[in-house]
Design a protein around this ligand. Structure first.
Ligand code: ADP
Ligand code: MG
Length: 719
């Protein structure tokens, strides 16, 4: 008999154990049993082909509709084309190889087909997919042996779902009774099934109700582990002492408010007051500020930083990129005017100093900057996360503002909290323009208070977004470049965004089947300057440029010395050039929904209306096109964030392998399980209030430990 923590190798043999470890980092019985089926197929029911995504490894159950063979020119290889149907749509499978092909591919047969979705001749296809017959006279019973539903596992090109199914069955046959980590009372209260039984039922799926009950139970385990971890963390973080920063009359913050060139929006006033109150408390603020691109988060942050300066302490502003850090420093200096020129000629009496710390400073400049931070001469230090987190010491750090960081996980926040030294944690304000659905806020940012800026300052113009189907309507693409020329003729500027930098990238040649790689900045820029935009001043910006060049290009664009900026997603966050009114996004299907929304937020920041063109060669009716159409149809960030979650989940359901690593949230959907997550949060809070270190609940404590010390605290990055 075996138990959950046993290694797989002695049970399954070296070959299978190695394959599982390589593909999914599955090593123990528990790992394998938590590799849940992605979905189930019912015999006789075929998989919906409409939802397939380019580039994903999928397994579909389909019926062979047609097949034909031909010999490839001058080669000894035959190409067998098998057209598979789900009853409505068709999908082509191309097999390159010898003439003889399995009986299983005869017309009328059903089989599981597994492979990577590619595009050929503008149609989706699977190239050399693995297949496994489902009906008829096969002696292979690995899958048939499962009563009820056919489990379809997340699989890879070298480890198919039917092979995984076989391993799972082998393990289940030998599994001992499993101890339940959840206290009996809690299980009774929530009407949850037994853990061991659920682990079994999710793989050996008798019928849908049995699967449902098992999933419900296993979801609760996922939700509870995360929520307990967060509740413990909140408790610990909130208990630490923090630097008290009181509001004062006649300070630099008051002086700044006086010279503000605009009126604050109601939201800015409200959030500003909440933040100000937090800073006065002797425990650290841990707050997340959400607000659409252009909603004016910087001013809120600056006013908080000035309150800290008024208290004689320092504030740090962390940006995700050097470009953005430099821009922040510039715009803070501009907003502050003489109030930001502390120690300089012409500085106001109570002025402070803003110090920029980036990798591109000269040694002497950097030395000075580090000195300013350490001596306290700099009231505000602006830099990238990496730089400030690792190397800088502060005289008296009171507040850290983290800007535009979607992936600013709990670990990073912990590292920051440790910064102020000796048991004191600085206040932390995290800002993001990516709207975060409630469930994500409850999990990924579950240790933070949240507030939001929901309105844009008056006078902003709308962004019109259009999908440009370059394959079906090439003329539309010409028209797109013409639009850019028109915008520039009207005195405006434009961005052209590409998914790739180019040149040294891997994957830069098209593969054997004619799939071209995503478009690259280094190819598109010359194509434009030699073609449709030859009259315009075109600059290039991407992450591989030396920092000096990046800054110079950004400056030139901001100063209007460039008409068009061909760039990667480095322009995604925070770049603020109000005169830019148009954006063309090439191979737009390569970007996520939220990312597209972020990107287009770069235009329409001034008073002229912005346009965003999403160029794609994906055929109409594909999931990618649907996603692009959705982005074009709304500018509501919350709606799009929801959609983004949904789409990603759909990717999961279709069998995408999540970047190799295991995630702690496998069944739990941040989209559909909002109620469950909210209830788990309540239960977790109550449990931690009653037993602050879960001392009466050893099972639950183990669950949390499992989640936290496993370096897969990747649940934090799931969203
Ligand atoms: P984001 O929330 O995207 O970081 P910013 O803070 O960069 O937005 O603000 C965008 C622009 O709007 C800036 O130029 C800023 O000076 C301006 N702004 C901020 N608040 C207001 C306001 N209340 N009225 C008018 N303009 C504002
Ligand atoms: Mg910003």
């Amino acid at each position: 008999m075996v138990s959950l923590n046993d290694q797989l190798e002695p049970i399954l043999g070296g070959k299978s154990a190695k394959a599982l470890a390589a593909a999914f980092d599955i090593r123990t019985v528990h790992d394998l049993l938590r590799h849940y089926p992605r979905r189930y197929d019912e015999r006789g029911q075929l998989t919906d082909i409409a939802g397939l995504e380019l580039g994903e490894h999928v397994t579909i159950l389909g019926r062979v509709l047609r097949s034909d063979q031909r010999r490839l020119e001058r080669k000894k290889v035959w190409l067998t084309k098998v057209v598979v149907t789900d009853g409505h749509r068709t999908l082509e499978c191309a097999f390159f190889g010898p003439r003889h092909l399995s009986n299983a591919l005869r017309v009328g047969r059903s089989a599981l087909f597994a492979g990577k979705v590619s595009i050929f001749n503008k149609k989706l296809q699977l190239t050399n997919p693995e297949f496994h017959p489902i009906d008829g006279d096969t002696e292979d019973t690995d899958i048939e042996g499962f009563i009820g539903l056919i489990p379809v596992y997340p699989a890879t090109a070298s480890l198919q779902t039917w092979q995984i199914a076989k391993c799972v069955r082998q393990v289940l046959d030998m599994l001992d009774e499993v101890e339940d980590a959840m206290p009996m009372e809690l299980r009774a209260k929530l009407s949850l099934a037994d853990y061991g039984e659920s682990l079994r039922a999710i793989h050996v799926a008798k019928d849908w109700p049995a699967v449902q009950a098992a999933r419900e139970r296993l979801k609760w385990d996922e939700a509870m582990a995360v929520q307990l971890a967060l509740a413990l963390r909140r408790k610990a973080a909130g208990a630490r002492p923090a630097p008290v920063c009181r509001r004062v009359d006649g300070g630099i913050r008051a002086a700044f408010d006086e010279r503000l060139p605009f009126t604050l929006t109601a939201g800015q006033v409200e959030v500003g007051a909440a933040v100000a109150a937090d800073l006065e408390v002797e425990h650290p603020m841990n707050r997340l500020l959400q607000g659409e691109v252009g909603s004016g988060k910087t001013v809120v942050a600056l006013r908080a930083m000035l309150q800290v300066v008024d208290a004689g302490r320092q504030a740090a502003l962390l940006a995700p990129t050097e470009v953005l850090a430099a821009q922040h420093a510039r715009s803070l200096r501009e907003l502050l005017g003489e109030l930001g020129r502390g120690g300089e000629l012409g500085g106001a009496e109570n002025a402070t100093r803003i110090t920029l710390l980036t990798g591109s400073l000269s040694t002497a400049q950097r030395k000075q900057a580090l000195l300013d931070a350490a001596s306290g001469a700099a009231g505000i230090v602006v830099g990238t996360h990496a730089l400030i987190q690792d190397r800088v010491s502060f005289a008296d750090l009171g507040l850290v503002v983290v800007d535009e960081q979607h992936r600013f996980g709990v670990e990073q926040r912990d590292a920051l909290r440790a910064r102020a030294g000796e048991n004191v944690s600085p206040h932390v304000l995290v800002m993001t323009a990516t709207p975060i659905p409630r469930t994500v806020a409850m999990t990924v940012y579950g240790d933070l208070e949240t507030s939001a800026l929901r309105e844009l300052p008056a006078g902003r113009s709308p962004i019109g977004t259009t999908v440009v189907p370059a394959a079906e309507k090439p003329a539309w693409l010409d028209r797109a470049w013409q639009r850019i020329r028109e915008e520039v003729a009207a005195g405006h500027q434009a961005y052209v965004v590409c998914p790739r930098i180019g040149d040294e990238d891997e994957e830069s040649t098209s593969d054997d089947f004619g799939n071209r790689p995503p478009l690259a900045v280094n190819d598109v820029a010359p194509m434009l300057t030699e073609g449709p935009l030859s009259e315009l001043r075109v600059g290039v910006l991407h992450g591989r440029l030396p920092a000096d060049d990046k800054d110079a290009v950004m400056r030139a664009f901001a100063a209007g010395e460039l008409d068009v900026l061909v760039a990667t997603t480095v322009v995604e966050v925070g770049v603020d050039v109000p005169n830019a009114t148009a954006m063309v996004i090439m191979d737009a299907e390569r970007f996520g929904v939220s990312q597209l929304h972020q990107l287009r937020g770069r235009v329409g920041r001034g008073s002229a209306p912005g346009i965003c063109l999403l160029v794609t060669e994906m055929p109409a009716g594909t999931a990618s096109r649907t996603r692009l159409d959705a982005v074009a149809s709304t500018v509501d960030g919350f709606e799009l964030a929801r959609l983004d979650l949904e789409m990603r989940r759909e990717g999961d359901i279709l069998g995408a392998v999540q970047s190799g690593r295991r995630s702690a949230l496998k069944l739990l959907s941040l989209l559909r399980d909002e109620d469950l997550i909210a209830r788990a949060r309540e239960e977790a809070q109550a449990l931690v209030a009653y037993a602050p270190s879960l001392e009466y609940f050893p099972g639950l404590a183990r669950m949390v430990a499992d989640l936290v010390d496993d370096d897969r605290a990747e649940y934090l990055e799931k969203a």
